[in-house]
Design a protein. Structure first.
Length: 342
């Protein structure tokens, strides 16, 4: 089973071909991603209208490139999968309609994929892990802790009540005059900073429910920056270090509670796994903290390779391939959904 995947939910246009064999093992035959970061950078964030237009301009070419790199033509594709949500509606329309058109013209089964399901199933492609496992998704648009029990069987344990974690990094960077996307910039500055000079809040720490909240942290950064103005480079570095320390402590607290919850739900799973996905998973300090937490609690720590952790179409093709093995294809009347909880 070879599936063409299309992803256009945010600011990456992507196409990929993934193969799933009879044993359920996956292989990526091609995976092309075109980031629009440069087009959005002057605005300090993703501009939906610019994103949708950029997807239209490049998607055809990326699909051809994905086929070419896999040494295939459309005739060799067994099914088509496209992201139908959640995300920016203009971009979703572009990818979903393109996917449907290709499937319809080639008389192929079509799968409309939830972007979050794509992230959730990626470790089964990269690490061949079995259900159930825990997924921490931390990106620019999402912050979720999900119990992945089986194909199509997901329980959201917690989510952010306000900003996504990547968004908090980006907004903090913007406040401090650092470029977009802010995550890598904050990480770089934090390495040079003194994390003990300022103490920032640890939102939700100690709370029983497994949700996240980051807007208070961002507000605290704004207040601190205002009192220090004009900011020196040392101030910026120290604030970034304090911000990252607060995020690391918060994640540590939220994740360790989730691991406990997993153990209660699945006491018989011998070596459970925590999978981390999303752009923020690139952060070395956060990664190291989570890794330590997992090894202390007897969990396997799985972070798919960065190019499969951030938005891509291989994960969409793979979700389609997994679904194709178990369920009938979707009908062509399926509509894009800007909001679509797992
Ligand atoms: O998953 P992703 O590439 O795209 C979507 O959000 O869909 O995630 C991008 C987010 C941005 O907010 C970016 O600032 C953040 O991930 N990010 C980081 C790092 N690298 C990227 N955040 C913290 N530390 C990093 N090293
Ligand atoms: Zn994503």
């Amino acid at each position: 089973m070879r599936v063409l995947g299309i992803e256009t939910s945010c600011d990456e246009t992507a196409a990929a071909i993934v193969e799933r064999d009879a044993d359920g093992h996956g292989r990526i035959l091609s995976n092309v991603v075109l980031s629009q970061i440069e087009e959005h950078a002057p605005y300090g964030g993703v501009v939906p209208e610019i994103a949708a237009r950029a997807h239209v301009e490049v998607l055809d070419r990326l699909v051809s490139q994905a086929l070419q790199e896999a040494h295939m033509t459309l005739d060799d594709v067994d099914a088509v999968a496209a992201t139908a949500g959640p995300g920016l509606i203009g971009g979703l329309i572009v990818g979903l309609m393109t996917g449907k058109a290709i499937a319809m013209a080639g008389r192929k089964p079509f799968f409309a994929i939830n972007h979050l399901e794509g992230h959730a199933l990626t470790p089964r492609l990269t690490d061949r892990i079995d259900f159930p496992y825990l997924l921490l998704l931390v990106s620019g648009g999402h912050t979720q802790m999900v119990l992945v029990k089986g194909l199509g069987d997901y329980e959201r344990l917690g989510t952010t009540v306000d900003d996504a974690l990547g968004e908090a990094f980006d907004k903090t960077a913007k406040l401090l005059g650092l470029p977009y996307p802010g995550g890598p910039e904050v990480e770089k500055a934090a390495l040079l900073g003194d994390r003990a000079r300022f103490t920032l809040p640890r939102p939700m720490k100690g709370e029983e429910r497994l949700d996240f909240s980051f807007s208070g942290l961002k507000t605290a950064v704004r207040q601190l920056a205002t009192t220090l103005e004009p900011l020196s480079q040392t101030d910026v570095n120290d604030i970034c270090a304090a911000f990252q320390a607060a995020v690391a402590d918060t994640l540590d607290d939220r994740v360790s509670r989730s691991l406990m919850r997993f153990r209660q739900s699945f006491p018989d799973v011998f070596e459970p796994s925590l999978v981390v996905a999303g752009g923020v998973a690139a952060n070395k300090e956060l990664r190291a903290r989570l890794q330590r937490l997992c090894s202390d609690d007897g969990f396997r720590f799985i972070a798919p390779p960065m190019e499969l952790c951030t938005d891509n179409a291989a994960m969409i093709a793979w979700a389609g391939a997994e679904r194709a093995g178990f369920a009938p294809a979707d009908t062509f009347d399926i509509a894009p959904r800007s909001r679509w909880p797992l």
